[in-house]
Every structure is written in structure tokens, then in C-alpha cells.
Write a protein that binds this ligand. Sequence first.
Ligand code: NAD
Length: 358
Amino acid sequence: MEYNIVVLDGDGIGPEICKGAISVLERTGAKYGHTFNFRHCLMGGCAIDACGNPLPEETVQACLASDSVLLGAVGGPKWDHLGGDVRPEAGLLGIRKAMGLYSNIRPAKLWSSLADASPLRKDLTKNGVEIIIVRELTGGIYFGHRERGFEANGEEFAVDTERYTTHEIERITRIACELAMKRTKKIISVDKANVLENSRLWRKVVHEYVEKNYPEITVQDMLVDNTAMQIVKNPAQFDVVVTSNIFGDILSDEAAQVTGSIGMLASSSLGDTTCGLYEPIHGSAPDIAGKDIANPIATILAAAMMLRDSFGLTEEYAAIESAIQRVLDKGYRTADIWSEGMTKVAGSEMAKLIADEI
Ligand code: NAD
């Protein structure tokens, strides 16, 4: 098969880590008989430098016409002084909106050979940790009605509103169900239904939708405050978690921290079609850009998720994941995950080792 992938290298370490991921995809394509065509487009600070716009129309059109998009990272101190619409991050929000991406999926996995990287006690992580948080991305309090004003007595107030419609809850539930069907067929739905009316709607819709469309799946409800505790108390109990924008934002950072290194975690954003946006969860790391020390594994995993979740290439995904595992098992580490007794390698070398293992 032939697939057209748009690569948004972005800024800082973005071009280095995308290069590593592309080399792994090319190797995977050669082994399994696929052709991956890569088209590099501008987004973020590099696009501001080239044409004064963090998200040029040409980039939007290329992404919409592609089979999926691989993103490095955007931003850096060079563009920090710029205002709202011309900041690099505006490019990211803009492309998510243009592509209709309403779900963000962040698997937080603790690799057995990196168990020491977790801040949790070993007895809490010995059964492995893989928490997949499915976060609603385009609704809820981040996009609800907001207001700032003064009361009659002169006291200042601010309002942000959590709003979800049935349709918005159903479509994110579907994404979680599709993932759960390939895994344990269990979903934990996180809300605050003991207090929030919005969460009571969330809970009702999730249950009705799953019962009607995915009867094989079991749904467990968990209050968000309890979830925050359980992630550090018993992380192994989680598999697929579905939740709102704000709860997902907070819990996915907590889950990522449980697994240790920011350089190892990928995420995908999907909407109604199979065309998604895949990226590492970390930023452009300007402090280490150009030094060839950035860990490319998060971006390689993002590329692997693209193969599985957008192209349906599950065997190819597994091949990349197990290649990473073997390279780690052999003791190779980039600087961010290095520990005594391990072999320290450059970012480009790490990508080559993984590609060679495919
Ligand atoms: P960051 O994730 O870029 O870096 C945080 C720390 O982690 C730094 O010390 C960095 O060196 C390290 N790090 C990150 N990725 C690494 C990797 N692959 N290998 C080794 N070490 C790695 O976060 P930040 O410093 O807060 O932000 C830097 C810039 O990135 C900012 O402009 C920010 O707005 C932007 N940012 C972009 C995205 C995105 O593009 N999706 C996400 C977050 C931050």
C-alpha cells in the first residue's frame, strides 16, 4: 500500500526527531511492502519566519489532503514576544481545528527496562503500567462561554463554563470504545458527577452509548479526584480512560509522570476520519536543539501509532514497538533516560538502532 504523510517538523528539536521517525517508517515500509511518501510543510515558528503566519494555508490544504500528519514540536524563545494569533502554538490549535480533531489519545506506558525512571515504588509498578487517556479536545470549559466583569459593588469576577452536548460526548466515547475493543474491552469514564450537572450528562450518555453500540464493553465510572489518587496508588488497574477536556489535560500529565520520561511518550489526535495528527507529547526543547541528544523514541512511537490507528497496520506497529523494547533491553539510552551501566547514544544513533532492529 502507498500512504501520503505530511511532516510538520516545526521548531527546536522537531526536525531531528522527525528525521529519526521517518527513517524507522522507511525501514518498516521496506520490510512490509508499503510506500510512505513524505511531504514536509511549515508550521509554528519556522512558518512565522518564512511567511509571517504560523499556519500557512498551503500547510492546511496539504494536511487535509494527506492520509495523516506527523508533527515534531513547535515554539521557542525566539517567538515568545509575539502576540496571540502569530504565536507558534496558534498553528497547532489551528491545524487541530482545521482537521476536525476532537480526541486526543495519550498512552502512558512504563517500559519494563525503564522501571527505574518511574517516581513510584517498584511494588506499585511491577505489573506494568499502560494508561491510555482519551481526552475530549474541542469542547468543555476550555471552549465554553467566558466572561470577566465587575459586580455592582465593584468586586471583580470571572466565569468559565463547562458545556457538552450529547453528540460531543458520544463521539469521544466511540473513539474510546474502538480502542478498548482492540484491548481489554473495559473503559473507565472519569467525571465529577457527584457535583457537576455536566458530568451527570456525561455519565448518562457514555453508558447509553456503550450499551447500545458496544455491548461487549464494560464501563466503570470513576470520580476525577479519586482517579488522581488511583493513578499513583494502583496504576495497573487502568487501561482505556475516557474523559472531558480539562480532566484529561490534568490526568494525562499525571499519568505521563508516572511512567518517567517525557522523551518516551506519544499522542494522537483524531476526528471522524482516519486522517489524524501524531506527535510526541514533549515540546521543542530549545535547550538541547541541534546537539543530537534529543530522544527520538516519542516521535517514533507517534509514527507507529499512525500506522496502527490511521492505517490499520497493527503488525507494523507491533514491529516498531518491539524494536524499541529490544534496543532498550540491550542497554542503549539517550541522555534523558541514561543511568549508570547503560550505553549512552546520540539521538540519531538511537533512531538508527531502532530502524536496524525492525
Ligand atoms: P519541552 O517539552 O520542550 O522541554 C522540557 C524539558 O524536557 C527540557 O529540559 C527538554 O530538554 C526536555 N526534553 C523534551 N523533549 C525531549 C526529548 N525528546 N529528549 C530529551 N529531552 C527532552 O517543554 P518546554 O521547555 O516547556 O517548552 C519549550 C517550547 O516547546 C515552548 O516554546 C513551548 O511552548 C513548546 N511546546 C510545544 C509543544 C508542541 O509542539 N506540541 C508542546 C509543549 C511545549
